[in-house]
Design a protein around this ligand. Structure first.
Ligand code: ATP
Length: 377
């Protein structure tokens, strides 16, 4: 178990800036996921942590010790690669014992530790199998066992489930998280899969174009993203333009594509107040599809008189106006619906519960909890 400190790491490949001034503190024993789109610098950062790439500038400290210039074999790290990098001609047990042989462990110790690892990753009795006789998921477990058996302080995992089908991927994610909790080693895991990051990370770090966009608990990063990039990369989001119109007591008035919206002051972050609040300032409002409530009007949108008879909304809900349902896709857990807001014509995506009445071409009344809205300047 060990903490990792990344200090002002930058990396250039010729003219390409892969990483730019990355600073990150990774607490002891935590499960960290580096999340970002292709080319955002995740693998480069992981390679620098493992000693496979040297940074152009900056330093890496593990447990307070500067390891920046240290070769991979000397570092207290082990890496699980996407292609597993197993020795195909060796048995499962020989693969697992390999690192222990390099460390000069005795035969008995190699046997004992290998058996323990096989049990940990659920491969007891598979020790004599050759690698080509294993499924993708089993190979993944061998790769994990081979890396963990040498007792690294930090385990680095580069897209470890990249080659697995979705069901196995989800199963392995749960198992990996459970293994990490059992062994207590610091895990740093690279992925571009937001669901994977959400389900296993203690700390999620969102990378974009070589810089950190956001970092924190998955729930915080998802519900209150720090940047527009994070808001749209972590799951779906609706973005609406607007300006700040006014402030009275506890309410901020926003002039948006959806009309005038009164937003309780307390639903905005402190950062917004200290730096970003100015009348007429352009803002972007983000609202996730599952945070939008859509209620079907009793009759068609053409009949305006029905609008007045609609049920009042719950306290804390903001009215977002009316919208026509243009498309819906049933995805099992919900309906993914595309609405056209009236009269602005802006497109709004909303998830409607399975049993909600879905009527294409009909008018719905939209609302959301004011506390779910996130503002960006
Ligand atoms: P992916 O998810 O596709 O693996 P990534 O987020 O891991 O992407 P990196 O592989 O770290 O991204 O690459 C970051 C940037 O650095 C990219 O623009 C890439 O083209 C560039 N890059 C990476 N390795 C090299 C290299 N050896 N030589 C030149 N450019 C490189």
């Amino acid at each position: 178990m060990s903490s990792v400190e990344i200090r002002s790491i930058s990396k250039q490949f010729g003219q390409t800036v892969a990483l730019s001034d990355i600073n990150l503190s990774i607490p002891d024993g935590s499960y960290v996921v580096l999340l970002g789109p292709s080319g955002s610098g995740k693998t480069t950062l992981l390679s620098i942590l493992g000693g496979f790439e040297a940074p152009t500038s900056g330093s890496v400290l593990i447990d307070g010790r500067d390891v920046t210039g240290m070769p991979p074999a000397k570092r207290p790290t082990a890496t699980v690669f996407q292609d597993y990098a197993l020795f195909p001609h060796m048995s499962v047990a020989a693969n697992i014992k390999f690192g222990l042989s390099m460390q000069g462990s005795s035969r008995q110790e190699r046997q004992r530790k290998s058996e323990g690892m096989l049990e940990l990753v659920g491969l007891t009795n598979m020790d004599k199998r050759r690698i080509h006789q294993l499924s993708g998921g089993q190979r993944q477990r061998v790769a994990l066992a081979r890396s963990l058996v040498i007792d690294p302080e930090v385990l680095l995992l580069d897209e470890p489930f990249g080659a697995l089908d979705l069901n196995l991927r989800r199963q392995m994610q749960n198992e990996l998280k459970a293994i990490q909790q059992r062994v207590g080693t610091t895990f740093i895991h690279v992925t571009h899969d937001q669901d994977e990051a959400m389900s296993i990370a203690d700390l999620v770090v969102v990378l974009n174009a070589g810089a950190i966009e956001d970092q924190g608990l998955p729930s915080r990063v998802y519900l209150k993203p720090a940047t527009i990039f994070t808001a749209t990369f972590m799951g779906d989001n609706n973005l609406f333009d607007g300006t700040i119109q006014g402030l009275n007591e506890d309410i901020v008035e926003l002039d948006t594509q959806l009309g005038l919206l009164p937003l309780p002051k307390k639903s905005l972050s402190e950062n917004f107040w200290s730096a970003e609040f100015k009348i007429n300032r352009p803002i972007t409002l983000a609202l996730r599809p599952e945070q939008i409530k859509a209620t079907l009007y009793a009759e068609s949108a053409k009949n305006d008189s029905t609008l007045e008879t609609a049920d009042p909304f719950q306290p804390g809900h903001l009215e977002l106006g009316q919208a026509l349902l243009r498309e819906q896709i049933f995805v099992g857990t919900h309906h993914t619906c595309t609405f056209i807001h009236q009269p602005s014509e802006c497109v709004i995506m909303a998830h409607l519960p399975q049993r909600e009445p879905i009527e294409i071409g009909q008018c719905y009344r939209l609302s959301a909890l004011s506390t779910d809205i996130v503002l960006f300047s």
